[in-house]
Structure formats: C-alpha cells, structure tokens
Design a protein around this ligand. Structure first.
Ligand SMILES: Cc1ncc(COP(=O)(O)O)c(C=O)c1O
Length: 425
C-alpha cells in the first residue's frame, strides 16, 4: 500500500500544477456515496466527481449495462460503423427534453465539447457569429468555452488571445446587487454598443449557474430572454451540463421555468461516471451542419451510451427527482439550523433547487462579505474528518453539496454532521 503523501510527491514531479486537485486524497475504491483512499480511510462523497454521480458511484444497473456492452464491443466510432444504443439514447432524451416540436440529439464526450458544438450548430443555422453568455457562467476550458466562461481566475489568466465575438452580460443575483432588469438593460446596451442582434447567433446560460455559485436564473430572466431571442431570430441555448438529470428536482433545470430552449447541452450525470455529452435541439437547427461537420472519434462511445441508458432507467425507477427534492429539503433544514448557531462560522444565502444546494461562507454574520480563506479551511477540515466537499462561486466562498441522489438519509445526515463539525468556529 502506498500513502497519499507518497502519491502527492510523485504527482508533483510528474503532473503539471495547472490541473489542481481539491483534496490531497487518492481514491482507490468507491461505492454509491462513499469512497476509500490509498490509506484505507473512508469518505462520504458530497462532490460526486463534480455533479457526475447523481446515480452514485458504480450503480449496479449501470455497471451491469457496461459489463454487457464490453462483452459485445467497446469501440467502432459512430462515424464508421454506428450502433443502436446511440440512436436509442437519442430517442429517449428527445422524449424528455423540453424542446418545442421535432428535435434531434448528437453525442460527444465532454461538456466543453457539447458547448463547442452547440455554438457550431447555432452559427451554421443562423449564419451569424456572435454569442452572448453571462458573468459567473462556466462552460468549459477549451479555447471557445474558456472565452464563453465568465470568470477570469483561474480559467482565462495567461491564455489570451481568446476567440472573439463572445460578450458577457451580468447575471442577476441579489447579493451582487444585479437585478433581472439590470441584465436585460445591459444586453440592450450590448446590442447598441458592441454587436447588433442580427449578428448574434445565440444566448447561452445555465438554468442554475454551477461553478458560478449555484445561482438560479430567475424565471423572469428566462422568459424575457426567450422573447428577446424570438424577436431577433437568436437561438436560446440552455447549458444543462451541471443541472441535468434530476439534480434540481426536475429532469432538466430549465423545466422549473416552463421556458423551452432551442438547444440544450448535457453531460456529467448523463452516463453515471462514463464520459459522454450531448447536444439536443430543434431538428431544423440541428440539421444545419453538413455531413462530416460534426462528430469525434470517441463521441457517443458505446460503453457510455450503454451506461446512460441504464442511468435514465435508474432515475425513473428510483424516482431520483423526488429524492432530489427530499434531500434538498433535509439539507436546507439542517443548514438553516447551523446558520443560527452563534459558535459556528457564519454562513449565508442557503439556496438552490432540488439537491443543487449551496451556501456562502461570509466574514461577518448578517453580511454577504465573502470569506474565501475560511471556506478553504472548512473544506480541508471536512476532508480530514471524512467528507469530500467542493467550493464554487465568483468569490470562491460558496460550498456546494452534490451528494449522489441514491445516498441514504442516514449517510447524508452523517455527512452533514461532519460538515457541522467543520463549521464549528
Ligand atoms: C455548466 C457547465 N458547462 C460545461 C462544463 C464543462 O464540462 P466538462 O468539464 O465535461 O468539459 C461544466 C463543467 O463543470 C459545467 O458545469
């Protein structure tokens, strides 16, 4: 058996520091909402590999579907000899996606790749270049998605020049003093100052900003953006990479608003731990790219498609949307109680739909003043006591809870006990 410390030393010698790890813990085994490290220590997983494990680590149904697929074939490339599971998965997603009229789905491997391709499709359909995204939004680390991402540190610093024709609008959030009206006024100003609507291909946003701090897009904003897009022939793209697959208590985050996007991007929990992403959109839009213009060697891997079909079964059979609402309510009740404790680190703004829960760590009770240093300490303390947590937010002071929706109430309570201990001042 090796140790975490020995692996950190090897990692530092062999792996560049640009890929950072949240915790000094090397995984060897994981099951549902628990994982074990190199030293045999057990952790409760409230990170889910960054929102990938809504169905938990190694769900038995997902593992069985993958094992069955591995007996058949592991790779042919859909562009060479296609296979039925890709089509079946596309059909199943189309049945559940809130897209108006006939729709189509294409698969890729990572979330960023889905976003890149959503923009390619939007540009092919509209013949326009411009893309409007939001401050605090996160869409990936590739060249185009880095430009779309609305956070400089650590995602853009040192990587200029960025691709052009990307514009950021402020995202409404009361603690930042930004209202829906402010966001819409700013977009109107963008149309006057930087890019005319006739040159704008798409407006892209997350129904709940993920990396940006678990900030829900107000329904009023989504409704207004839908109208704005309709008026100007702009495509509305919902980035559901983090909000998808029951996390928010609905299959997709945008369903809370009733707004129908033209295109959706999905990834993460779609395939329960296997790399798979997709772009779902109106058929007329999706067919705009010419044959051969879209794809990728591993895009829509048969192993990941088999996993995703099982994931969709599990979400339905185990009512994970219902579980998300139950888990979220349980967590919020506990966090509210912690927020009232005078001897605890001050926390504020407990928020999020379903089980997409976050709270801020603030310098002084009753204020919104971010405290990133204490947030870092709380995460380290929780990890030392056996709980894996992640932070997020433009000010790096939000703690996000992404426990698998398949976790038992007992395990979640045990995790919350460790969190409470970590928050003891
Ligand atoms: C909303 C959103 N979009 C896109 C991405 C990029 O996905 P990936 O890391 O798989 O490229 C992420 C990843 O965190 C995300 O949260």
């Amino acid at each position: 058996m090796t140790t975490n410390a020995a692996l950190i030393a090897r990692r530092e010698a062999a792996v560049p520091r640009g890929v950072a790890s949240a915790h000094p813990v090397f995984a060897v085994r994981a099951e549902n909402a628990e994982l074990w490290d190199e030293e045999g220590k057990r952790y409760i997983d409230f990170a889910g590999g960054i929102a990938v494990l809504n169905t938990g680590h190694r769900h038995p149904k997902v593992m069985a579907a993958v094992a069955k697929q591995m007996e058949m074939f592991t790779h042919t490339c859909f562009q060479v000899t296609p296979y039925e599971s890709y089509i079946e998965l596309a059909e199943r997603l189309l049945k559940m996606a809130p897209i108006e009229g006939p729709a189509k789905t294409i698969f890729f491997t990572t979330g960023a790749e889905a976003l890149e391709n959503a923009i390619k499709i939007a540009r092919a359909h509209t013949g326009r270049a411009g893309v409007i995204t939001f401050a605090g939004g996160y869409h990936g680390r590739t060249m185009l998605t880095m430009a779309m991402t609305g956070k400089v540190l650590p995602y853009k610093k040192k990587f200029a020049p960025l691709p052009g024709e990307i514009y950021h609008a402020p995202f409404p959030h009361a603690p930042f003093g930004v209202t829906v009206e402010d966001s819409l006024k700013y977009i109107d100003m963008l149309f006057r100052a930087d890019i005319e609507p006739e040159r704008t291909a798409a407006i892209v946003l997350e129904p709940v900003q993920g990396e940006g701090g678990f900030i829900p897009a107000p329904e009023e904003l989504l409704v207004a953006l839908r109208k704005l897009c309709d008026r100007h022939g702009i495509l509305l793209i919902a980035d559901e990479v983090q909000t998808g697959f029951a996390r928010t208590g609905r299959m997709f985050g945008i369903e809370h608003s009733g707004v129908k996007p033209d295109i959706m991007t999905v990834a993460k929990s779609l395939a329960g731990g296997f790399p798979l992403s997709g772009v779902i959109g109106r058929a007329a839009v999706m067919d705009s790219a010419d044959p051969g213009g879209l794809g990728g060697t591993y895009a829509g891997s048969p192993i990941a498609c088999a996993a995703a079909l099982a994931v969709l079964d599990v979400i339905e059979e185990e009512d994970l949307c219902g579980r998300a609402n139950h888990i979220g309510a349980r967590m919020k009740t506990r966090l509210e109680a912690i927020s009232r404790k005078n001897d605890a680190v001050p926390i504020a703004n407990i928020r999020g739909p379903g089980a997409m829960i976050a709270f801020d760590i603030v310098a002084t009770r009753g204020t919104d003043e971010p405290d990133a240093a204490t947030t870092k300490k709380v995460l380290a303390k929780a990890c030392a006591n056996g709980l894996i947590l992640l932070s997020c937010g433009v000010y790096s002071n939000a703690v996000r809870l992404l426990v698998p929706l398949t976790a038992s109430d007992e395990l979640i309570d045990e995790g919350l006990d460790i969190l409470e201990l970590a928050l003891a001042a």
